[in-house]
Write a protein that binds this ligand. Structure first.
Ligand SMILES: C[S@@+](CC[C@H](N)C(=O)[O-])C[C@H]1O[C@@H](n2cnc3c(N)ncnc32)[C@H](O)[C@@H]1O
Length: 288
């Protein structure tokens, strides 16, 4: 099912995603994403995500051939050397290896709750718009065995090009529920008649299933991380770079927990905070 073609322009409609790499939101609306770099493209080809096309310099074709030939869907491999690719995309590239994949439909909350090993470990993000930070957080989630990522309706998609790149392709291993994309077929027991579900409502639904929702919040002196019980089913909630967790989402959580910091420091980067929280979960669950 492999078609290999040498290219000298991006005129063909199939190559448009590579010519519009600065417009990732457009890709997202089309249900696709661009993966960059040998490791990320390799992880995409090893995943269950549908792949549409790959762009490679000739010298990489033999290395990628076994992975490409193992795929069952039709994939076109476009060959272009790195210099030409940089001219066509307007980006300077380290390796000149790119691919277009399809964003899967949102994971099912029911399946996540029923099919995963207990204690459950979920992560939610509220209004997180920086794609690089989101990608780093995804990488930490996969490294520490998070079973699903819940992306609030005001957060960026983890399938934006920079998020995929910063996740190092680990996003392809993590079930994702994007609140903004949940359709009618997803209904919560706690809010059955609705079309638009919010992160706050999703947290309420999780709590109705006995999952503790814990806000990672630098501005609380009520509980520090070492005092929090993370051994049972829980969903850790992280906020945005600027405003942190919104009042509605904070109110929907069971408690707020802080990593202690000196008064001269406002907060940690969200990816770093997630790594500290997730390590503490692993420690308490004796997985370190
Ligand atoms: C850059 S911080 C947000 C800072 C923001 N100015 C605020 O007021 O919350 C981004 C997110 O990382 C997490 N975070 C950062 N430092 C933390 C800390 N010391 N304790 C708990 N969570 C932290 C929180 O989820 C926070 O919303």
């Amino acid at each position: 099912m492999l078609r290999v073609e040498k290219i000298s322009t991006f005129d063909s409609p199939e190559l448009q995603p590579y010519a519009t790499m600065r417009r990732p939101a457009e890709h997202e609306r089309q249900g696709i994403f661009v993966a960059e770099g040998t490791k990320v493209v390799q992880r995409l080809l090893e995943s269950r995500y549908p792949v549409v096309s790959v762009v490679l310099p000739d010298k990489w074709l033999d290395d990628f051939r076994p992975l490409l030939e193992a795929r069952t869907e039709p994939i076109t491999v476009y060959l272009a050397d790195k210099k030409l690719l940089e001219t066509l995309t307007g980006f300077s590239m380290f390796q000149g290896v790119l691919a277009v994949g399809k964003i899967p439909p949102p994971a099912s909350l029911d399946e996540i709750l029923s099919k995963n090993q207990k204690p459950l470990l979920l992560v939610a993000v509220d209004a997180l718009t920086n794609a690089e930070n989101l990608g780093a957080l995804v990488r930490n989630c996969v490294a520490f065995g998070v079973q699903a990522l819940i992306v609030g309706e005001t957060s960026s998609s983890p399938f934006l090009r920079r998020a995929v790149r910063n996740s190092m392709g680990t996003i392809f291993q993590l079930p994702v529920i994007e609140m903004a994309k949940l359709g009618l077929r997803h209904r919560f027991k706690t809010k059955p008649h609705t079309t638009q579900l919010t992160l706050a409502e999703c947290l309420k639904e999780l709590r109705a299933h006995g999952i503790r929702c814990i806000a990672a919040h630098p501005h609380t002196d009520k509980k520090f991380l070492s005092q929090a019980d993370l051994s049972g089913d829980c969903c850790l909630v992280f906020g945005s770079e600027g405003d942190g967790i919104s009042p509605a989402v904070l109110a929907a959580c069971d408690e707020a927990v802080a990593i202690p910091m000196p008064p001269t420091v406002d907060s940690l980067n969200v990816g770093a905070a997630a790594a500290v929280f997730l390590y503490e979960v692993a420690r308490q669950r004796k997985k370190t």
